[in-house]
Design a protein around this ligand. Structure first.
Ligand SMILES: *[C@@H]1O[C@H](CO)[C@@H](O)[C@H](O)[C@H]1NC(C)=O
Length: 308
């Protein structure tokens, strides 16, 4: 390893969300509540799906895998951000910073792949209902899940290899509450144009292509649903609209930050809250907790707990 590489910088300074001291306290309370809701809500979903045999179907397995990845996504940076609200000096070690970049990209890319897998599952269920059982076997579901994680790890490693070896020689102020790749690259004492192009075509491509895939599959599903105008289909339409909203809230900030990495704006750190905090909170609310079968399984779980 080249020891001279990161000679100057052993830690980074995070600016966090700016504001007065009262505002920091408000952020602290607000995000603490958010964080605990995310973790509790999502873990409840995982527990419910795993403990209820009736929910052992590809759709619910994908949902609970999404919940699991949401817990991961909200945990790689948010607890540190919350504690940092109470700190005067918000610092993070070089290794910690690289770890944050690594995990953000594993979880975010994994989540994107999982959302595509879920849209695919709904597409088959609604547009090819007769073949659903043969197309979406449990084995297929498992390979979709494993594939999502593998793509996440591969994507993240491919970017990190270049980032850890950048020469950081002095500038170490990151204007966000965690180490976001475009902001960290900016600090390197070298021309980072090639790296930014690489990042654009790596992160940007993953986000863009899965977003387009999602839009296409949701459009096809909506058109199919429109042809049948029963009440059940009206419900399906409402659900799909909710899904599209969440998906857009997740992807739009990602594409905005990683699609135009050359000009990081102050608004970027506010946008990054969408994919680290808001999406993990909204996912269980929109995807699962409005679902009757999940709710009744949760009630069952609760009554079983009471019996113990
Ligand atoms: C993820 O999905 C697989 C099936 O493909 C399932 O066996 C596993 O329990 C799920 N994991 C979680 C955390 O829900």
């Amino acid at each position: 390893m080249d020891q001279g590489n990161k000679s100057g910088v052993t830690e980074f300074i995070l600016h966090g969300l700016s504001g007065s001291q009262e505002l920091q306290l408000f952020y602290f309370v607000f995000f603490t509540l958010f964080y605990f809701s995310i973790v509790l809500g999502n873990l409840l979903i995982v527990l419910t799906v795993i403990s209820e045999p009736a929910l052992h179907t590809p759709m619910y397995f994908l949902l609970s895998n999404l919940s699991f990845i949401d817990v991961c996504l909200s945990t790689f940076a948010t607890p540190k951000m919350i504690i940092d609200f109470l700190m005067e000096h918000k610092t993070i070690s070089f290794e910690g910073c690289m770890a944050q970049i690594f995990f953000l990209h594993v979880f975010a890319a994994g989540e994107m792949m999982l959302l595509v897998a879920m849209a695919y599952d709904r597409y088959v269920a609604i547009c090819r209902p007769l073949y659903y059982a043969s197309i979406m076997s449990l084995r297929k579901c498992t390979s979709l899940v494993v594939g999502s994680w593998l793509i996440g790890v591969f994507h993240s490693v491919s970017q990190l290899i270049f980032t850890v070896n950048l020469p950081f020689c002095g500038p170490n102020k990151v204007d966000s509450f965690f180490c976001d790749l475009p902001l960290v690259i900016k600090l390197a004492c070298t021309n980072t144009f090639t790296l930014e192009v690489l990042m654009l075509s790596d992160s940007g491509l993953i986000a863009m292509s899965s977003f387009v895939l999602l839009l296409i599959s949701y459009t096809v599903i909506l058109v199919t649903v429109r042809r049948h105008s029963s009440t059940g289909m009206a419900k399906a339409r409402a659900t799909l609209t909710a899904h599209i909203t969440v998906v857009t809230l997740f992807f739009a900030p990602c594409i905005f930050i990683y699609g135009w990495p050359f000009s990081s704006l102050p608004v970027d750190k506010v946008l990054s809250i969408f994919y680290t905090v808001f999406t993990p909170l909204l996912n269980p609310l929109i995807y699962t907790l409005r679902n009757k079968e999940v709710i009744s399984a949760m009630k069952k779980l609760k009554s079983r707990q009471v019996c113990f």
